[in-house]
Ligand binder design. Structure first.
Ligand SMILES: [Zn+2]
Length: 219
């Protein structure tokens, strides 16, 4: 089914940490699935959670990107009436594409969901990866960034307050006093997620290699 005809509905999101600062973000609905490569050159999960949280305010559109080295995978979330339109554009080279308009990219995902279902999916993905790895394990794999505790808690609060979500949150969103850490990550800034350093330029661990032409880019 073409993206343009994709109906609204549920969204499955899964965040899979790999080694050396890589992750995969899996998306699926009833008609499509996609698997996005994500590098730690941006704090990608934090950006996703923050963008979802941004949809509860006056902001109608939020954007962020995953750095797939070298591709840019640009997420655009648009709040339209009661729906969140999710479009992901791929650009071949993030070192030159950040200033390009969306239309210059290739649409690799488009779907629309109620804010309730979208935020629930984001929260569930974040919490599942946290449950699997824990705070220390998360940072051991993601290396440059801690688990975005504060952002997840903010989104959870907004989701529970405003979305009338009838889905289970027992597993998805444990309380802070049930092991959800609060000591770290309480001051996460989206901007600090953009740390694009080549392997020789910063305290990066072994194995995460960047293709030639490494660059520094900022939001
Ligand atoms: Zn929910």
């Amino acid at each position: 089914m073409p993206f343009a005809q994709a109906p609204t509905g549920a969204l499955q999101l899964k965040w899979e940490l790999q080694d050396h600062g890589w992750a995969r973000c899996h998306l699926a609905n009833d008609f499509h699935q996609a698997s996005l490569v994500v590098s730690y050159c941006t704090d990608a999960l934090a950006d996703l959670v923050a963008a979802a949280g941004g949809l509860y305010g006056q902001q109608r559109t939020t954007r962020f990107f995953f750095d797939a080295e070298p591709q840019e995978l640009r997420w655009v979330l648009r709040a339209e009436d009661a729906l969140i339109d999710v479009t992901i554009y791929e650009f071949p080279d993030v070192s030159v594409s950040l200033d390009l308009p969306d239309a210059a990219g290739t649409v690799i995902w488009q779907s629309a969901h109620s804010r309730r279902l979208f935020s629930h999916a984001v929260l569930n993905a974040a919490q599942t990866v946290f449950t699997e790895h824990g705070e220390a394990g998360y940072q051991a794999k993601w290396m440059l960034h801690p688990f975005p505790v504060a952002l997840v808690q903010d989104l959870r609060r907004l989701h529970l307050r405003d979305d009338a979500c009838g889905l289970s949150h027992d597993h998805a969103h444990p309380e802070a006093d049930e092991g959800f850490p609060t000591s770290q990550g309480s001051r996460l800034l989206r901007d600090e997620g953009v740390i694009a350093q080549g392997p020789s330029e910063g305290p990066l661990g072994s194995g995460h290699t960047r293709p030639p032409g490494a660059r520094v880019h900022r939001l």
